[in-house]
Design a protein around this ligand. Structure first.
Ligand SMILES: [Cu+2]
Length: 158
């Protein structure tokens, strides 16, 4: 092998290891982007709700309204949800679970999914513990016969 050839070979090797490096870097970046997107879209699936006393539709068959027993403040407030069928009759056949937390402090206050409890009137109730001022959310999953049919989130400031 003459000197010229060996130089060009070294350059080739240099280029190919560089391009492998950049390919790996690209793959890592793509992987991170996909991961971030997935993490965000899990949040996105919870539809932000309109407000207290507003009709929130669950597909074609049901709707619900929510309210708090008092303006959310430090301490415990009770979230009440009433579900109706499409004819406006109360429905108690669904199950609701809710995860309360602070969106900006994920993992600090999150309760995990907790079952709403029904009272005699068929209201669905969830105690919500507010332990510090700031932005809070309650992410809820509504299920029918064990299958999730709706995800919504209530967002509020304390
Ligand atoms: Cu906090």
């Amino acid at each position: 092998m003459n000197k010229k050839n060996s130089v060009s070979l070294t350059i080739q090797q240099h280029i190919s290891s560089k391009s492998i490096f950049s390919m790996v870097a690209m793959l890592l970046i793509c992987g991170m982007l996909i991961f971030t997107k997935t993490a965000f879209s899990q949040d996105d699936k919870f539809e932000p709700l309109g407000g207290e006393g507003k009709k929130c539709k669950i597909g074609q068959d049901y709707y619900f309204e929510y309210s708090f027993d008092k303006t959310p403040q430090l301490g415990t407030v009770i979230l009440k949800i009433q579900i109706f069928d499409k004819n406006g009759n109360r429905d108690t056949s669904l199950k609701i679970t809710g995860d309360t937390g602070m969106p900006t402090m994920r993992g600090h206050h999150d309760t995990g999914m907790v079952d709403f409890q029904q009272n005699k009137k068929g209201d669905y109730l969830l105690p919500v513990n507010i332990v510090m001022p700031g932005a809070w959310d309650i992410r809820m999953i509504f299920s029918k016969d064990g299958k999730p049919i709706y995800k919504g989130s209530i967002n509020f400031e304390v």
